[in-house]
Structures are given as structure tokens and as C-alpha cells.
Design a protein around this ligand. Sequence first.
Ligand SMILES: [Zn+2]
Length: 176
Amino acid sequence: MKENGRKQGAAAPCAACKLLRRRCAKDCVFAPYFPADEPQKFASVHKVFGASNVNKMLQELPEHQRGDAVSSMVYEANARVRDPVYGCVGAISSLQQQIDVLQTQLALAQAEVVQMRMRQFSSSVSGNTAANSPDHNNSSPSSSRHTHHHHHDRSLFTMGMIIDHQGNLGESLWSC
Ligand SMILES: [Zn+2]
């Protein structure tokens, strides 16, 4: 079995050696990670990093980490080919922005929960006296107060999101 595999390896060069038009040696550093049936993987990393740089990066790593390194190089190279300006930074910064927006939403939702608990607490404490209050005779003060609060909460929410969004556009792009 082993001899058979070696014979096949000698007959068909790996994707890297095929593209570079060189003989695929038995100890070829590319062969385990760039099989002949996936030529696009090496084409991308060769275009973006250059074959000699990929070779150097693999040689500098222990063998058990080379597979992961190749995966990340292929991902980065494909992103760079798709988006020549931002590459994978485009994906990273858009995900970072999503995290920032969601964290703001979470903080606002948590603040709202605290507010609602406080309202519930104060209404349960003053519940007995409210029924005897003279304000009760006025034309529905509780419902108008409620809509006012609701509107205020909403505008605060959208404002916070816009500020957060703009504030992080430049920052998350250049801070990494
Ligand atoms: Zn090879």
C-alpha cells in the first residue's frame, strides 16, 4: 500500500509543483496540503503571498501546525482576491461592527429591564396610596405619561445606535 502511494505521488505532482512546473520531491513541503485535485488552493496563495513565502512560512512551523496555517493562508488569499482593497479585514471589520451594534442593543435592553423592575417595585410599594390620590380625577394622566416615556426610550435607542455605528467605522478599520 505504502509503495503504491509513493509511486502515485511520483507520477502525479502536487498542485504546487504542477503550477511551478517543478519535480515533486518525495519530501515536498507543499504536497501534504496542496493535493493535485485542488489546484485553486495553491493558485490563490501563490498569487497573494508568493510560492517562496508560503514555502518559508511552512518550513518555520512545526508539522502539526502547518495544516492550520495553510487553511488560514488560503482563506486570506481568497478574501484578498475577492476584495482587493480590504481582503479579510473587510469581513473582520463588518463582523466587529455587528458585535458593537449588538452589544449596544444588549446594554440598552438590560437597562430597560432594570428600569422596568424599578417601576414595578415602586408601583407595588405606592399601589395602596395611588388609589386615594387626588390626581386620579384628572383626564387619564397615566396613559399620556406612558406614551411619552415610550417615545423617549425609542429615540434614545436609535440615537445610541447611530452614534455607535459612526464612532466605530474608522476605529475598527484601522485599530487592527
Ligand atoms: Zn510538490
